[in-house]
Ligand binder design. Structure first.
Ligand code: HEM
Length: 179
């Protein structure tokens, strides 16, 4: 994945445990400083090795680390140069979910090798969204849950996100807005 993902993981770790924790993660993952260039794409294996080391050194399960990273990613992306893209995607969760593919497509202009997932709103209720997720990668469901939890926070809402399970094309998630 692109180096901006690695940079976000580094930021998350440093804000949780400072340079000392980060140095341990670098050592454990074997990643080098030149694997943190925002606009360069690295093999997925490198990204997964990094997240694995984050989990191990922060005493989290892989699922917990991915969930935490998903929530952090929303704050990170919103504070980055991509913030206008997030603003354009919508000012409530319903509209934002409809625009996720358009938002990721705009990223391809600056990061041409990006391999982003696709999201399709299946059904909306008064306070719920059923959404399908289609990716070339496996095992990122906890990350997706964290992302939607981060989006709930971003829109000052509370709620619950669950992975419903496989559907015809991809995996279904349910977002239930509680307040
Ligand atoms: C402006 C905000 C965002 C930017 C700049 C961005 C950018 C990226 C980038 C660079 C990747 C790595 C893919 C690669 O390198 O091949 C990625 C992956 C991903 N993005 Fe986004 N993203 C943003 C917001 C979101 C949001 C709001 C969601 C969903 C709620 C999302 C869902 C995902 C998922 C699930 C992946 C993991 C890859 C996969 O599932 O195959 N992103 N994104």
């Amino acid at each position: 994945m692109y180096g901006m993902i690695h940079r976000a993981a580094r930021d998350m770790v440093r804000s949780a445990g400072g340079d000392e924790l980060w140095d341990r993660i670098l050592l454990q993952s074997g990643l080098k400083d030149d694997e943190f260039v925002s606009a360069l794409a690295y093999p997925d294996e490198t990204t997964f090795r990094l997240i694995g080391a984050v989990a191990a050194e922060m005493n989290l399960s892989l699922e917990e680390a991915l969930g935490q990273f998903g929530r952090y990613w929303i704050t990170f992306a919103h504070a980055s140069s991509y913030s206008p893209l997030m603003k354009m995607a919508g000012d409530d969760l319903f509209g934002f979910c409809e625009n996720l593919d358009r938002m990721h497509a705009s990223i391809k202009i600056s990061l041409p090798d990006v391999d982003v997932p696709s999201f399709r709103v299946i059904e909306t209720g008064d306070a719920s969204i059923r959404i399908g997720y289609l990716s070339s990668r496996a095992g990122l469901e906890p990350f997706v849950i964290g992302l939607f939890e981060g989006l709930l926070d971003h829109f000052n809402q509370t709620g619950e996100v669950t992975c419903v399970g496989p559907i015809d094309q991809g995996i279904e998630f349910l977002i239930q807005i509680k307040g």
